[in-house]
Write a protein that binds this ligand. Structure first.
Ligand SMILES: NCc1[nH]cc(CCC(=O)O)c1CC(=O)O
Length: 309
């Protein structure tokens, strides 16, 4: 007999993701085990008036949930992979990486326009330097403005007229059932996705062997290989998560193919390269080295100074 407490943030997206994991785990749990949901309000959910990168970045959402796991207030947590910091605290582990949902980004425009069709000067809401740099590389005449808050809040701000368009992860849209709100799906060739985008990380304590065994049903080895390559690439640069860095890997019969990008927030320059092979971690590191050879290190140093000031 055991009650497994599943911690989740209370945003609609977080609740949907957590419910998906619970629904897929339930049938393979042994007799007498049950899952119980516990909602947690993180600091990142409360502080909405400042730029996220100034208060500790996306890691903020994850940290408090991790503390709850370490304190045994919860036993299991579900995170968007792209919000996961490179290092996990001692005592915690990623028990499963779920099969990746559509990794692409998409555009939601109030007037139903595509990125090409937006008029000069149109305001596009995104707080992601990765999205900003790629939008401006294509359309330097657009105005990118920050937008915070969960998906519902961002969509309301678009409809209120604060922006002509916003860019979101299509995976989140699918999980919310919002497909009909999307004006354009952006292909990786024009908008390379964030590292881990579309996958979920299922986290628990490293010594919870019984639970770890049952979590295996959720693990998708192909997604795990891709995401491992992408994360190895990202974490080869320090403080990667708030920087304009993108990475996207696909599994092909001849191995893993990883494409990476490092850009200036202005959209110029945009550096990109590809690597392929069989060892996810090695591919990630090789790709980072390639981009450093193209000048990514100097570019990122300039950007870090800009963020701090
Ligand atoms: N940065 C917030 C965030 N973290 C995960 C998703 C949803 C998509 C995913 O699982 O990658 C989103 C929203 C977005 O970027 O539009």
């Amino acid at each position: 007999m055991r009650t497994v407490v599943v911690g989740t943030r209370r945003s609609e997206l977080a609740l949907t993701q957590t419910q998906w994991v619970m629904d897929h785990l339930q049938p393979s749990l042994p007799e007498g085990w049950e899952l119980k949901q516990e909602r947690i309000v993180t600091k990142g959910d409360q502080i909405l008036h400042v730029t996220l990168s100034k208060v500790g970045g996306k890691g903020l959402f994850v940290k408090e949930i991790e503390q709850a796991l370490l304190d045994k207030r919860i036993d299991l947590a579900v995170h968007s992979m792209k919000d996961m910091p490179g290092q996990m605290p001692t005592g915690l582990t990623m028990g499963a990486v779920t099969r990746r949902e559509d990794p692409r980004d998409c555009l939601l425009s109030r007037e139903g326009l595509t990125l090409d069709q937006l008029p000069a000067g149109a305001r596009v809401g995104t707080s992601s330097l990765r999205r900003q740099s790629q939008i401006l590389a294509l359309r330097p005449d657009l105005v990118v403005e920050p937008v915070r808050g969960n998906l519902n809040t961002r969509y309301r701000k678009l409809m209120d007229g604060q922006f002509e368009a916003i860019v979101l992860a299509y995976a989140g849209i699918v999980r919310m059932g919002w497909e009909e709100k999307v004006t354009e799906i952006l292909e990786p060739a024009t908008m390379l996705p964030a590292v881990g985008q579309g996958a979920l990380a299922v986290q628990c304590r490293s010594d919870d062997h019984d639970l770890l065994e049952y979590l295996q049903v959720l693990n998708d080895p192909e997604t795990e290989r891709s995401v491992t390559a992408e994360r190895s690439f990202l974490h080869s640069f320090d403080g990667g998560c708030h920087l304009p860095i993108a990475g996207y890997a696909v599994n092909r019969p001849d191995g893993i193919h990883l494409r990476g990008m490092v850009a200036h927030p202005s959209g110029n320059p945009v550096l990109s390269a590809e690597e392929s092979g069989d060892n996810s971690r090695e591919i990630g590191k090789r790709l980072a080295r390639r981009l450093l050879d193209q000048g990514a290190g100097v570019l990122l140093e300039e950007i870090r100074k800009g963020i701090q000031s």
